[in-house]
Design a protein around this ligand. Structure first.
Ligand SMILES: [Zn+2]
Length: 375
């Protein structure tokens, strides 16, 4: 048997793989983790939705009557951004208790922490309900890896609860909003810019549509923890040259929904409001997740994190969405918690780092959750 790496060391190894998405190219990073888990006795299955776009599921244990505990995390990262980095984004340098690198907080430290927690407990896990680790590609561009895995029948198996190791500074969060992105297209007729009366201006139609979108009424009460759903017009693309009447415009709309909202219903209401000549096409559709804080396993997560945080966690939710929104299709109505060592405010930032102490703290929390699950 090979020696289990510590989580800091494993995070540093993962940071050295460039998995910036696009293009992603998670294969080498996924295989590094897969090899490590296989050597320790896990069953590892890979899933590639495109060449080099590799996700994996690692399973160990399994008994009748109790499903395994699930952990999930993604290994792709966002691009570096336009500002220059002081640190080497792939150097995994350590300075003053901070580990620098793209993906250090979001979320290679989280993946390393649950992998190491599972590796350390491998002997107990073999003879109990076990764990299932779902490590995904392409989360950052719309949960592509997770979506593909859900479509592969029983690849994911079943889990009884799910920990999503996204950056929360080890504070447990009980859910997040859903995301529903739409392209809203207006059409017109082009003409020479000096004779606009001969055309039909798609940008004017878009302007009218945007005004209506700004006042869109969700007709939904605010969620107790997540607040109200939101709508943002994020992009507008229209017109090719200044001296023509534009014949098409695309408006990018980003809706963040709350539990209980039906995205298909939202779309049909928006369509009705904008009129039939406007085309409304979804480009991303991921559900919200929410676990009742009173649920016993959630309370147990609060117990375990309380001693580390110094105070009992309040029920709170994340602002971002996660792969859990997609995995929920396979895993159904199970308790889920977003809980990971990364610093949420450093996700996607220049000179992203993770606090070294949080990584081991996270391993300790995950280990306790696994231990309790194994009884
Ligand atoms: Zn993330």
């Amino acid at each position: 048997m090979t020696k289990t790496p510590d989580a800091l060391q494993l995070t540093r190894e993962l940071l050295k793989f460039n998995t910036i998405n696009p293009p992603g190219a998670e294969q080498a990073c996924a295989q590094h983790l897969g090899d490590l888990l296989k050597r320790a006795g896990f069953t590892v299955d890979y899933a590639e939705f495109a060449p080099t776009r590799t996700s994996l599921v690692a399973k160990i244990g399994g008994v009748k009557g109790k499903r395994p505990l699930g952990f999930t995390g993604h290994i792709d990262t966002v691009p570096l951004g336009s500002a220059a980095w002081k640190a080497d984004a792939f150097g995994a340098s350590l300075e003053g208790g901070k580990l620098y690198g793209r993906g250090s907080s979001d979320m290679k430290s989280g993946v390393a922490a649950f992998v190491v927690a599972a590796l350390r407990m491998v002997e107990q896990l073999k003879n109990g309900p076990g764990v299932t680790l779902v490590i995904t590609a392409d989360e950052e561009c719309g949960c592509g890896g997770a979506t593909y895995m859900v479509k592969q029948g029983n690849l994911l198996g079943e889990v009884g609860a799910l920990v999503i190791g996204e950056p929360t500074a080890n504070y447990p969060l009980v859910g997040h909003k859903g995301a529903f992105w739409l392209d809203v297209k207006t059409h017109g007729i082009t003409a020479h810019g000096s004779m606009p009366e001969q055309g039909d201006n798609a940008i004017y139609k878009a302007a009218a549509a945007i005004t209506k979108l700004r006042d869109f009424d969700f007709e939904t009460p605010a969620h107790a923890l997540m607040g109200a759903p939101t709508l943002n017009v994020g992009t507008v693309h229209g017109g090719l040259n200044i001296n023509s009447v534009p014949d098409s415009t695309v408006i990018g709309v980003d809706i963040r929904s709350v539990p209980g909202q039906d995205h298909a219903l939202l779309q049909s209401r928006m369509q009705r409001m904008l009129g039939e000549t406007v085309e409304v096409t979804p480009t991303l559709d991921v559900a919200s997740i929410y676990s009742d804080p009173a649920q016993p396993w959630i309370q147990h997560v609060f117990d375990v994190t309380q001693s580390r945080l110094g105070a009992r966690p309040q029920a709170k939710t994340a602002t971002y969405f996660t792969d859990a929104a997609v995995l929920k299709e396979a895993y159904r109505d199970i308790p889920m918690v977003v809980l990971g060592p990364g610093e949420p405010q450093l996700a996607h930032q220049t000179d992203e780092y993770c606090l070294v102490d949080r990584i081991e703290e996270s391993v300790a929390i995950y280990s306790e959750l696994i231990k309790d699950w194994s009884h």
